[in-house]
Design a protein around this ligand. Structure first.
Ligand code: SAM
Length: 674
């Protein structure tokens, strides 16, 4: 039924660029690609060339100055390289755009630079130092996929690592101005192929422009065949000519075409969003609220309790994902989510008051888990900086406590203070927190009316539902299955000189390095239970699990005088929400009745797909079912929803956007006769 995503590559690290440093007449070193035998930029006049070819060639100073739409201006690029073009576009935007405007940069890169090379290359432009610093701080590991970076309050960069034509075919979003960079077609014929030009056209806003340094015949023919009108313009310096132009006709409605096999996933049309209500102030809701507020939207955040009081209320939580042995869309989402959360946290809290990227170990405590991890490592090659195989000895050295199991190490992951994080997010300027329970939602001419338990009501343009297990208690969301899963964490007060633990360690449960002298570990996993009372039996289960995974730590704690028993434990029980397939719901709320009518024919013959786009409750969104992995999934889902609301390119490949679509079960059930 849903399309197979053969087009998505395995979870894999990419080869980084291999650079030589050529010395010019002035004795300055400029980066040169050893693979392509071509320079990234001229040290002497690289910036002037970028300004001439890509900025002036796309008329950006004027277009930035005139930009008055609520959505951001979108620049797309092939070949990010050192990022010089994008940093120049950012500087040009700052110099010319009105204060209300936003800029969204999308760039593909097949061979990302290693961070040190990037730093050295950008060192050539001292007055770009702070912009380069923003880029370097968030520079992703070389993993195929989309990496969203928040460069500053108004500027977002999406790096799509992988081949330009392949990545642009997976992009959900449209571009206003293209920078066609990449080494010369004679040196890099693979990139300048017909599929690339087709993808550029399909991802263009009406009237999108392009500029490129090359006048090669293959480029002119490719552009013309894809529907771009090109003309020659004076080139820079010794290059006599370059090409500029626009997309000629209205671009195809390729979004609908692409979703031919799954029209129910066609996105709803953008609507005004000046004031948005977010229901639920856990990690899902507060991260959506922040993502919207950052985009200049007024947000009313509602919760019947204080921010971070529900399932996100623990003192410490692990930034943890479990990736499937064979690559699948769920793992892709979680891996992207984990990387995004780490970048997002670093930007939000560079001083690590709310989190600690201390590293995380996932132990293989059973033969089954050993086999699973071995299969995972055989099929998916990720950079060691992100995920590495470790033996028991290395695990012991990293955790600074004897460990008897081998496993996987996530060196840049760690732990978060979820409750404090939610409070911090809720205090973002632009968010008004309102302590109230929302009992019902009704559509109005302009948007939505929220009925509150205290008898009041609130009118807004759009609504995001993010209140975990209660998310399907509204009439509009009743068809989205959610399971309550109770989880109790335990805490032990440690004496002053108790042994430390240097990494988060996950086995059956998880344990984090102590915070303020308290060791937090757990959690229980109790499906279909929604009570939040503290239970000794659950403390006992958490203690037993900790002892099973880390007996040396437990022995050392006992030796230090810690009473290792339920009576000595404090803790907290929360309820998480899970979907049947264990992936979050993130996207527009489907009009389930309309779907059942519109797609009823699939129940008889699943191959006859009705040509009807999915109908949604306009302006109603959901971010829920994050289970116990919300720290890794909710921030990225928040960006996904905010980007959709604001008509921006999305931070995930479109098959993964569909994977998260809240309506995915409805069609499956129709097909199965449910
Ligand atoms: N725009 C860059 C800058 O501002 O530094 C310079 C780009 S450099 C001349 C060309 C870039 O295209 C290189 O980083 C190269 O790795 C990248 N590239 C080459 N083939 C590619 C492909 N098929 N898909 C995506 N990027 C590619």
């Amino acid at each position: 039924m849903p399309p197979s995503h053969a087009s998505l590559p395995p979870l894999a690290g990419l080869e980084t660029a291999s650079l030589d440093w050529a010395t010019d007449e002035a004795g300055d070193a400029a980066p040169l690609s050893a693979r392509f035998g071509d320079v990234y930029f001229s040290r002497h006049d690289g910036r002037a060339e970028t300004e001439h070819v890509f900025l002036a060639g796309n008329n950006l100073p004027r277009r930035f100055a005139d930009w008055a739409l609520a959505r951001p201006f979108v620049v797309g690029e092939t070949g990010f390289g050192t990022g010089l073009n994008m940093l120049c576009a950012w500087a040009c935007f700052d110099a010319h755009a009105p204060a209300s405007a936003r800029l969204h940069l999308v760039s593909t890169e097949r061979y990302p630079l290693a961070r040190d090379d990037l730093a050295r290359a950008l060192g050539a432009w001292p007055d770009f130092a702070s912009r380069a610093e923003a880029l370097l701080r968030q520079w992703p590991e070389p993993v195929a996929g989309v990496h969203r970076l928040e460069l500053d309050a108004r500027v977002t960069l999406d790096l799509h690592f992988g081949d330009a034509a392949e990545r642009l075919a997976l992009l959900e979003g449209r571009v206003d101005a293209w920078f066609l960079d990449g080494f010369a077609p004679s040196k890099n014929p693979d990139m300048w192929r017909p599929e690339l030009f087709g993808a550029l056209a399909a991802r263009s806003h009406p009237g999108a422009s392009f500029a490129t340094f090359t006048c090669a015949g293959v480029v002119k023919r490719g552009l013309a065949a894809a529907g771009f009108a090109w003309r020659k313009a004076p080139g820079y310096g010794r290059k006599r000519e370059m090409l500029v132009g626009e997309i000629a006709g209205p671009p195809d409605d390729e979004m609908l075409e692409r979703r031919g096999a799954t029209p129910w996933f066609a996105p709803p049309a953008p609507r005004p969003a000046r004031h948005v209500a977010v229901i639920g102030a856990g990690i899902a809701g507060t991260s959506v609220a922040r993502a919207l507020a950052r985009r200049g939207i007024d947000v009313t955040l509602l919760d019947r309790e204080a921010p971070g009081a529900g399932g996100s209320g623990n003192r410490q939580g692990a930034l943890y994902v479990k990736l499937a042995a064979e690559p699948n869309d769920q793992s892709r989402v979680y891996l992207a989510g984990l990387q995004y959360s780490l970048r997002w946290l670093e930007r939000l809290d560079p001083h690590h008051r709310l989190w600690a990227p201390c590293g995380l170990l996932q132990l293989a405590m059973s033969e089954r888990e050993q086999t699973r991890q071995a299969r995972f490592l055989a099929t998916q090659r990720l950079p060691e900086a992100l995920l590495a195989e470790i033996d028991a000895e290395t695990a012991s050295r990293l955790a600074e406590i004897p460990i008897a199991h081998a496993g996987l190490s996530y060196p840049i992951s760690g732990w978060v203070r979820p409750a404090a994080l939610c409070e911090c997010l809720a205090s973002t300027p632009g968010i008004t927190f309102h302590r109230a329970e929302v009992t019902a939602l009704s559509a109005t001419d302009a948007g939505w009316r929220l009925a509150l338990a205290n008898g009041e009501s609130l009118e807004v343009d759009q609504v995001v539902i993010a209140n975990a297990v209660a998310a399907n208690r509204f009439a509009q969301t009743a068809s989205l299955p959610l399971q309550a899963v109770r989880g109790q964490v335990s805490q032990l007060q440690l004496p002053e000189h108790a042994p430390a633990l240097a990494r988060v360690v996950c086995g059956g449960g998880y344990v984090s390095p102590p915070l303020d002298g308290v060791l937090t570990f757990g959690a229980t996993f109790q499906p279909n239970e929604a009570e939040t009372d503290l239970r000794d039996a659950d403390h006992a289960a958490n203690l037993a699990e900790l002892e099973r995974g880390l007996p040396a730590l437990v022995q050392a704690l006992r030796d230090a005088g810690v009473a290792f028993e339920p009576a000595a434990c404090s803790g907290r029980a929360g309820v998480r929400a899970a979907s049947p397939d264990k992936s979050p719901y993130a996207g527009p709320v489907p009009d389930a009745d309309a779907w059942r009518r519109d797609y009823a024919a699939l129940g008889k013959d699943a191959t006859r797909v009705p040509d009807v786009p999915g109908r949604h409750h306009p302006g109603l969104w959901i971010s829920a079912a994050h289970g116990s992995r919300g720290l890794a999934s909710a921030p990225l889902c928040a960006e996904l929803i905010a980007s959709r609301i604001c008509d921006e390119p999305l931070p995930l490949e479109w098959p993964l956007v569909d994977h998260l679509h809240p309506g995915r079960r409805i069609v499956r059930d129709i097909v199965r006769g449910g």
